[in-house]
Design a protein around this ligand. Structure first.
Ligand code: NAI
Ligand code: MG
Length: 327
């Protein structure tokens, strides 16, 4: 084991306060060399202090080796977008898998979205240029396109996977033209099978034949939408982890939000947060510990107990106890 790592733990609002502590317990069980520091963010802290992302929390995320985040409610955009910026995250990695024991519309699904995380239509250049007329400027740079393509092709090369580059370069000729051209140039340096796909047709093919895809490199908005679409193929949001990777630090979070409909009931599915913790371990190259967490979550998904979103009657703490026991 190397030197101790500092992990910022930011549960946020709603079920973030239920699933993040569960994931933290799992991390503590496999990696005793982590020092956890808690930070506040979201609706509740905004109500108390007037800001959704207090200065102390920003500093914590900026200096910790990694951050484990839950979800924020109405203030989500004021919390997660700056947090991603603070860790310098250029890649949003979202694996989508079906698991034995969980009913999935398409049990063959096993792919990962590598989503550009800094620009595109989420660059924040929106304006009302006249009453009743609004515009949005889509930003695509060669450097960000190269970075995301490099990350996606490296990811595929390390795991013997293929790459699909999603785009709409036939219509957005300048922006997605640059994105596609840059990704193809990067791809030519790798011995990785690759192709490209128009994002609208890809949405249909993902539903019909998800098994045809491994790594899908996407512009920002396309990655956001296609990964949620794929979530629907595997039985829901309670299963989907994600990583926001930067050059020196990274933030890990379940894809889901605060789930106000079940928050406080103690029945949130902690799997997505725990699988995000497994990605955190793998980020530090603690591959064996990451695999142990993954296996414990998977065998719990297979054998139960299950929370209500998966058709069971178990609580978050029942599932957490079952995962900890398997560890
Ligand atoms: P959501 O993901 O919170 O909930 C959608 C549905 O999935 C709900 O029925 C919920 O009960 C269920 N669900 C989600 N995670 C679950 C889990 N772990 N276990 C069991 N069931 C689960 O999305 P929604 O309803 O669109 O948003 C609710 C709030 O969360 C909003 O205020 C939104 O702004 C925020 N949000 C925050 C995000 C973030 O901080 N990264 C991401 C998405 C939403
Ligand atoms: Mg989304």
């Amino acid at each position: 084991m190397t030197e101790s790592k500092t992990i910022a733990v930011i549960p946020g609002d709603g079920i973030g306060n239920e699933v993040v502590p569960a994931a933290r317990e799992v991390l503590a069980a496999v990696e005793p060399d982590f020092e956890f520091v808690e930070g506040e963010a979201g609706d509740a802290v905004k109500e108390d202090t007037g800001t959704a992302l207090p200065k102390e929390t920003r500093e914590l995320a900026a200096t910790a080796d990694a951050t484990l985040f839950g979800a924020a409610g109405e203030t989500a955009a004021d919390v997660i977008l700056p947090l991603r910026q603070i860790v310098g995250s250029f890649a949003n990695v979202r694996p989508v898998r079906a698991y034995p024991g969980v009913e999935a519309p398409n049990p063959e699904t096993d792919l990962v979205f590598v989503r550009e995380n800094t620009e595109g239509v989420y660059a924040g250049h929106e304006a009302e240029i006249a009453p009743g007329v609004t515009t949005l400027t889509r930003v695509v740079t060669e450097s960000a396109s190269r970075e995301i393509a490099r990350y996606g092709f490296e990811y595929a090369a390390e795991r013997d996977l293929s790459v699909t580059v999603a785009h709409k370069a036939n219509v957005m000729r300048e922006t997605d033209g640059l994105f596609l051209e840059t990704a193809q140039a990067v791809g030519s340096e790798y011995d990785v099978p690759s192709d490209d796909a128009l994002m609208d047709a890809l949405a249909m093919h993902l539903v019909q034949r998800p098994a045809d895809y491994d790594v899908v490199i996407c512009p920002n908005l396309a990655g956001d939408m296609l990964s949620d679409l794929a979530a629907g193929l595997v039985g829901g949001l309670g299963l989907l982890p994600s990583a926001n990777i930067g050059p020196e630090r990274a933030l890990f979070e379940p894809v889901h939000g605060t789930a106000p409909d079940i928050a406080g009931d103690g029945v949130a599915n902690p799997s997505a947060a725990m699988l995000s913790a497994a990605m955190l371990l793998e980020y530090f190259d603690y591959d064996e510990a990451g695999q142990r967490v993954r296996s414990a979550v998977e065998s719990t998904l297979e054998a139960g107990p299950h929370t209500p979103d998966l058709g069971g009657g178990a609580t978050t703490s029942d599932v957490t106890a079952a995962v900890l026991e398997r560890l």
